[in-house]
Each structure stands twice: as C-alpha cells, then as structure tokens.
Design a protein around this ligand. Structure first.
Ligand SMILES: NC(=O)c1ccc[n+]([C@@H]2O[C@H](COP(=O)([O-])OP(=O)(O)OC[C@H]3O[C@@H](n4cnc5c(N)ncnc54)[C@H](OP(=O)(O)O)[C@@H]3O)[C@@H](O)[C@H]2O)c1
Ligand SMILES: *[C@@H]1O[C@H](CO)[C@@H](O)[C@H](O)[C@H]1NC(C)=O
Length: 322
C-alpha cells in the first residue's frame, strides 16, 4: 500500500482533499510523543489527510509528525498533507474564531490549515475552565451568520485554504447560505451505512457542498459508538463474499456515494486496512442491500440541548432529521 496515492475529491474552493482522512479524536489520549509516532506511521502507510480539532488535543502531535515525516523524507513539503482543524464551541463566536485558528496554527507549526470547520452549531461560554465540562447554563445562543462571517475571514486571511461546517442540517445550512459570500466547501457529519444521511446529501449536492463522514465505522468501541457498522450482518455478508472486512465495506460505501471518510485507527494493521478500499467495488445489488440497513444515529447530541442555547430539542439540533 505504501506509496499508493489515495484518490482525491475536488472541493468547491478549487482545492483537492484525499477521500480518506485519519481521525484523531480519541477517548484516552496518549502522550504527544506516542501520538506523533502513530501519525508518522500513518504517513508512512499512505495517509495524507488528518482530521483534527482544537478540542481533540492532537494538533501539536500532528505538527511534530509533519516535521518528522519531512525529516525522514516521507514527504517533501507541508503541502503534501491535508490538515483539517476546528475551533471548539467555546470559540464559536465572531470575535473568537480567527484568534482560535491562530492558536491552532501555532500548535500545528504550520502557516495554514487546508480546511477549517465550525465544529458544532452550538456555543459554549468562552471562559470555561475545562472546555468539555459544562452545564446547561454554559450553553449560549449561536449566531449562524456571524460565526460563518468569521470563517470567511479565516479564508480571506489565507489561514484556511477551505472552510466549512460540521453537523449542520438543511435548515441551518439554508440560513447560513442566505448571507454567506463563500459557500462552505465541506459539511462533516456522522455518516455510515447505519446512518446514511440521504436527505442531507441531496441538499448538499445541489449546493455544491461536499459531505464528509465522521464515525464512518460507527465509532466502533468508542464510548458512545456501537457495532452497528462493524458487526452488521448485511455488511458482514458482503465483506465475506469480497474477501474484505466490514470496515472496508463501510468505507468503500462512503467512497462510492461520492463522499470522504475520516476513519480513526491508531493500530498499524487497521490503519493500513482502512486504506485498502480501492481494489474492489460494491455492486448495485450490494448498494441496494446496504440501503435496507436499519437507520439510527450513534451520537444523539443531547448534551447540546438547553433552554437558552441554540437548540432546545433534538429536532432543532438536527433540523428535523432525528
Ligand atoms: N466533526 C465532528 O463533530 C466529529 C465527531 C466525531 C468524530 N469526528 C472525526 O471523525 C473521526 C472518526 O470518528 P470516530 O473516531 O468517532 O469513529 P470511527 O472512525 O467510526 O471508529 C473508530 C473506532 O473503530 C476502530 N477501528 C478502526 N478501524 C477499524 C477496522 N478496520 N476494524 C475494526 N475496528 C476499527 C478504532 O479502533 P483502533 O484505533 O484500535 O483501530 C476505533 O475504536 C474522529 O477521530 C474525528 O477525527 C468528527
Ligand atoms: C435561561 O434564562 C433564564 C432567564 O435569564 C434564566 O432564569 C434561566 O436560569 C436560564 N436557564 C438556563 C438553563 O441557563
């Protein structure tokens, strides 16, 4: 596999993005040294795309890995690797986005990110002591238009080559597009064979927004995830017939519907496996069977609901798509 180039998708910004990215969010984060060595391994086996976020705490390690990969000659320049990051919800405000990106760039040790994404359409108090420990009172109203305007500034300053959002449904996107001067390049959402996002994909396609999948493997063995993808019987049958794994079938499905997948594996064999999806094809019949898989979100997001924040109900959070 090493040396083989991963296919890319052309974003509406004119930039290309490898269709498989290494997810870097992890329950029990290893030290920067350990993380960096995992990321160097990932580059070695062919990854050229890392999906990070301020809240993952993995930006510094990606920066170290980039420097090591350059030193080892695995890559010749920074621009061979596509790097995504996201401001945390504590910075989801017009005045705070550009400074948040500058902090991210310092951690990465790079002059730009390839993609900067609003992490959630919600906002948390800026002065939280621990950004992931909060109460309902800490959730504040979220300004769809103003926050996007700040993202556009990140682009105009050249600090982000492409900009986008995560976890936006069709109603929030419609609102954003009313005042946007730049259409988001990417909407990164939970998507996999057991949460296929048909409606949102259709909407985004019409607007020229690329849909990227997080938890393409159903967040297997992650605290809030399940075996809904990796242990699904329909996927197992297809996988067995092709001599592939269910994870590979799931990732191939994401690729064949024209999307890209952020798949996290810190295990050398599985990270290799997750790139080996370009030597087989799902047939119309396979795709039809996959359509029959029962649909359910892994991540409901009830933690983001509050009476004074941006969403009171799951219906509001997901624009009716629950
Ligand atoms: N924008 C957002 O709001 C958002 C939200 C969630 C996630 N994300 C991004 O999406 C990435 C991926 O999502 P995720 O980490 O939740 O879940 P995921 O990629 O669906 O699943 C990761 C889990 O699957 C295991 N795994 C990986 N490859 C496997 C394989 N071939 N066979 C069996 N198990 C395999 C991993 O374990 P090992 O590491 O041991 O292989 C890990 O436990 C995140 O890391 C993050 O970058 C974004
Ligand atoms: C919502 O706002 C009202 C009025 O300011 C306040 O009394 C109430 O405690 C707030 N609720 C939460 C959960 O923050």
């Amino acid at each position: 596999m090493a040396g083989k180039k991963i296919p890319e998708v052309l974003l509406n910004s004119g930039h290309k993005m490898p269709v498989i990215g290494m997810g870097t969010s992890v329950d029990n984060r290893p030290s920067n040294d350990v993380l960096a060595s995992i990321f160097v391994d990932a580059i070695e086996v062919g990854y050229r795309h890392f999906d990070s976020a301020s809240v993952y705490g993995t930006e510094e390690a990606i920066g170290i890995a980039l420097a090591k990969a350059l030193e080892k000659g695995l890559i010749k320049s920074r621009d061979e690797v596509f790097i995504t990051s996201k401001p945390w919800n504590t910075d989801a405000d017009y005045d705070l986005i550009v400074p948040a990106l500058k902090t991210t760039l310092k951690k990465l040790g790079t002059e730009y990110v390839d993609l900067y994404l609003i992490h959630w359409p919600v906002r948390l108090r800026h002065d939280l002591e621990n950004p992931v420990v909060f109460t309902k009172e800490d959730l504040l109203p979220f300004d769809i238009e103003g926050t996007w305007k700040a993202m556009e500034e990140c682009y105009k300053l050249g600090l982000a080559k492409s900009i986008g959002i995560c976890n936006y449904g069709t109603q929030k996107l419609t609102k954003l597009l009313e005042t946007a001067t730049i259409t988001p390049a990417v909407n990164q959402v939970e998507m996999n064979p057991s949460w296929q996002q048909g409606k949102l994909r259709e909407f985004c396609k019409e607007k020229g927004i690329h849909v990227s999948a997080w938890s393409a493997l159903g967040a297997y063995k992650v605290t809030w995830g399940s075996g809904a993808v990796v242990e699904n019987q329909i996927l197992q049958d297809i996988a067995a017939a092709k001599g592939k794994t269910t994870a590979q079938v799931a990732l191939r499905w994401v690729y064949q519907i024209g999307s890209s997948a952020m798949a996290k594996s810190f295990n050398n064999e599985r990270m290799k496996q997750n790139l080996e999806i370009f030597d087989f094809e799902l047939s119309e019949d396979d795709l039809e069977k996959i359509k029959q898989i029962p649909q359910r979100r892994q991540y409901l997001g009830d933690m983001w609901l509050s009476e004074n924040g941006s969403c009171k109900t799951l219906e509001e959070l997901w624009d009716g798509d629950v």
